[in-house]
Write a protein that binds this ligand. Structure first.
Ligand SMILES: [Zn+2]
Length: 121
């Protein structure tokens, strides 16, 4: 099971709250073998209430980047869009967080956009 540092997750929730109502997206870095997420990586992007745009070439080429996390500013919308599923295919772990961005307002997905459990450490 994928593990994520609780401190890191709370930091991301905080950043998301500050950016609200804009959508937030960043990449997750960590150790693939240990299935541990230990950092997040921002890339330049433009966001609005409905989506985040970024250039594929801006994604840092880094084998430690294993996942994504992004926000859905609308209440309780924790399900991936068609565009989300396309991005998810490239990463092992993908987290969606939704308004009001509490500790339980998230779902995690694998590369096939199937819901998976994550563990906080
Ligand atoms: Zn989305």
């Amino acid at each position: 099971m994928w593990k994520i540092e609780k401190k890191l997750f709370l930091e991301i929730l905080n950043t998301t709250k500050q950016l609200y109502p804009k959508e937030f997206l960043c990449f997750l870095g960590g150790n693939k073998q240990k299935q541990e997420i230990t950092e997040f990586v921002f890339i330049p992007n433009k966001s609005n209430e409905n989506s985040v745009y970024f250039q594929e070439q801006d994604i840092p080429f880094d084998e430690n980047i294993i996942g994504t996390i992004h926000s859905h500013p609308s209440y309780s919308n924790l399900y991936p869009s068609k565009a989300d599923k396309k991005i998810f295919q490239k990463y092992f772990i993908n987290i969606i967080i939704s308004f009001p961005f509490g500790e339980n307002d998230y779902k995690a997905y694998n590369q096939k956009s199937e819901e998976i459990n994550i563990q906080f450490i």
